[in-house]
Design a binder for this molecule. Structure first.
Ligand SMILES: [Zn+2]
Length: 179
């Protein structure tokens, strides 16, 4: 089958085809699988050439936008971490002072706290394999360590636990980059 001039008509986009030429090409395409294939591939290639320059800058733009977004998120995460550290520090500081004052005024509570701390520590270590080694040492501790040291340990433990809970709550429910 003769494919000219149809091949040229298909491939040359600048060509202005007359009404007769268009219908002749249409008719040829119905019968000729070779030109059908050529037409299909050429249209696909043209589509690719047309869409490429549009897609490239837009994907570049979205990448830049993503970079900015990531940078912003990292900054917010840093702020969040700094805030958490500040909160933990202030929490320990203020709670320590308040508890020390309170314990100094109520000796009974101090005694209770020491007993409680001993219980908590004994319980914690019983879950660890080294408990057998540490327990005798722990049991001898209260007589050696003064009450004020126990107060400080208790305060730190309670504050850290509280701060940990708040931090987990913040990260879990409010999201990392919430202000
Ligand atoms: Zn043909």
């Amino acid at each position: 089958m003769k494919h000219q001039p149809f091949e040229n008509w298909i491939l040359d986009d600048d060509l202005e085809l007359s009404q007769e030429q268009v219908s002749a090409l249409k008719k040829h395409l119905e019968d000729c699988s070779y030109c059908q294939e050529l037409d299909k591939n050429w249209q696909a290639a043209t589509m690719l050439l047309v869409t490429r320059p549009i897609l490239s800058p837009s994907s570049g733009f979205s990448l830049r936008w993503q970079d900015q977004f990531v940078a912003k998120r990292l900054l917010q995460q840093k702020k969040q971490v700094r805030k958490t550290f500040l909160f933990v520090f202030l929490g320990i500081f203020t709670t320590s002072i308040l508890l020390m004052l309170y314990l100094a005024l109520t000796a009974d509570l101090a005694h209770t706290l020491v007993t409680l701390t001993k219980g908590i520590i004994n319980l914690s270590f019983s879950f660890i394999k080294v408990a057998q080694v540490v327990k005798p040492f722990l049991n001898s501790l209260p007589t050696v360590i003064p009450v004020s040291a126990w107060m400080f340990l208790t305060t730190t433990f309670v504050t850290l636990t509280f701060a940990w809970f708040v931090a987990v709550w913040q990260f879990a429910f409010k999201g990392v980059y919430n202000q």
